[in-house]
Every structure is written in structure tokens, then in C-alpha cells.
Design a protein around this ligand. Structure first.
Ligand SMILES: Nc1ncnc2c1ncn2[C@@H]1O[C@H](COP(=O)(O)OP(=O)(O)OP(=O)(O)O)[C@@H](O)[C@H]1O
Ligand SMILES: [Mg+2]
Length: 188
């Protein structure tokens, strides 16, 4: 299930309540958020979702999954998700779901890395027989109107606006636009 909406629509609030309800009802909750600064890191989101999950032996032959699940220090190669990578993650999820229902809650999915998103999008077909519930919140992404409007107003490329925004986020120690307003309030 995907909850979409503009800035401040209430996506994070909905996801937080969902996490609390799921935990209260005895589900294993896997929660993570997409990170603007890590959006190029393959399986970055999966690694944050599966942070407490013990991978099976099989990951040794899949360097990107091994890296994502903390089993290797090698840098994950970029590129779309490959066919053998999918079942390993599905099996890890199935092992968890055999013990207790699992709730997967992903915030800011617009900043999730591509392989993680591809894996998430396969879930409805692969795990329909399992007690797994997945909810993602997704806001405006990189090509959102605001960035474009800024670029047009300043007669600069969209990429230039994005590069400057990334620098601002880094200086403020934040991951994305949703954290901008509170961070700016803090610095006055
Ligand atoms: N149902 C609600 N009733 C009252 N206030 C709400 C409700 N949902 C969210 N809010 C408030 O609205 C504000 C924005 O909510 P939230 O951060 O969940 O939005 P968001 O869609 O995640 O925003 P962003 O696009 O910036 O990530 C917050 O201050 C939150 O407490
Ligand atoms: Mg939010």
C-alpha cells in the first residue's frame, strides 16, 4: 500500500501510527526511510529495514545483499536488482513471517534507492500467502515542481538547484526537504 501526498500532508504521522499499532498487535516491525543522500546506494533502504535480521548462508554468493545485510565490507556495485537477489530477501522475510506477522513501513520512499524499491514493488506478488503488510509513504521526489520552479526562476539547470540543496542539507545535517523546516527553525 502506498500513501502519497504533498509536503506536510501527514504521511509520516500515518506511518508512525501504523508502526505503533502493528507493534502493539505483536507484529515484527521493519521500518526505514528513504535517504536523499543515500539514494544511489544499492539496497541502502533494505539494509536499514533488515538491520536486525540475520541473513541465511546463501548471501555469500550475492555480494550486494551480503553488503546490505552487514555480512561483507565490499562496496555494493550499482545497477538494477538481479533475479537471484530477490528470493534471498523474500526468504529472509518469509522466515520472519513464519514466527510473527511482519509490518514493513517505509517513509520518504521517493528517496529510496532503486534496487530496494524494485524489491519492495515485487512484494505483493511474491508474498501474498504470508502475513506481511507493507505501507510506504511517498512525497514529491527529485523532479518535484518546487525544484523546477526555482530552476526556472533563476534561469539555472534543475541539477544546479539539486546540487546546492544537497550542500545545504549536508551543512544542516539533514537527509531531505521534509527535515528542512524544523532544521531552519533550530538555526533561527
Ligand atoms: N491527522 C492529523 N491531524 C492533525 N495534525 C496532523 C495530522 N497528520 C499530521 N499532522 C501534523 O501535520 C504536520 C505534518 O505531518 P507529517 O510530518 O506527517 O507530514 P508529511 O506528509 O510526512 O510531510 P513531508 O512531506 O514533509 O514528509 C505535523 O506537524 C503533524 O503533526
Ligand atoms: Mg514526512
Amino acid at each position: 500500500m502506498v500513501a502519497t501526498g504533498g509536503l506536510g500532508a501527514g504521511k509520516t504521522a500515518l506511518l508512525t501510527t501504523t508502526r505503533e499499532l502493528a507493534a502493539r498487535r505483536g507484529c515484527t516491525v521493519l521500518a526505514a526511510r528513504g535517504s536523499y543522500l543515500e539514494r544511489e546506494l544499492p539496497f541502502g533502504l533494505v539494509s536499514r529495514l533488515f538491520v536486525c535480521v540475520r541473513p541465511g548462508e546463501e548471501v555469500q554468493h550475492l555480494p550486494r545483499i551480503a553488503a546490505a545485510l552487514g555480512q561483507s565490507d565490499t562496496l555494493a556495485e550499482p545497477g538494477p536488482v538481479t533475479l537471484p537477489e530477490l528470493p534471498v530477501l523474500h526468504r529472509a522475510l518469509a522466515r520472519m513471517a513464519a514466527e510473527r506477522p511482519v509490518a514493513i513501513v517505509v517513509d520518504d520512499a521517493q528517496w529510496a534507492d532503486q534496487p530496494s524499491l524494485q524489491w519492495l514493488s515485487t512484494l505483493p506478488h511474491r508474498i501474498e500467502h504470508l502475513p506481511v503488510f507493507a505501507l510506504a509513504g511517498s512525497g514529491a521526489g527529485e523532479g518535484c515542481k518546487m525544484n523546477r520552479e526555482i530552476a526556472d526562476a533563476l534561469f539555472v539547470q534543475l541539477r544546479t538547484v539539486e546540487i546546492h540543496l544537497t550542500k545545504v542539507y549536508r551543512k544542516l545535517g539533514i537527509d531531505g526537504r521534509d527535515q528542512l523546516a524544523p532544521a531552519l527553525r533550530l538555526v533561527g
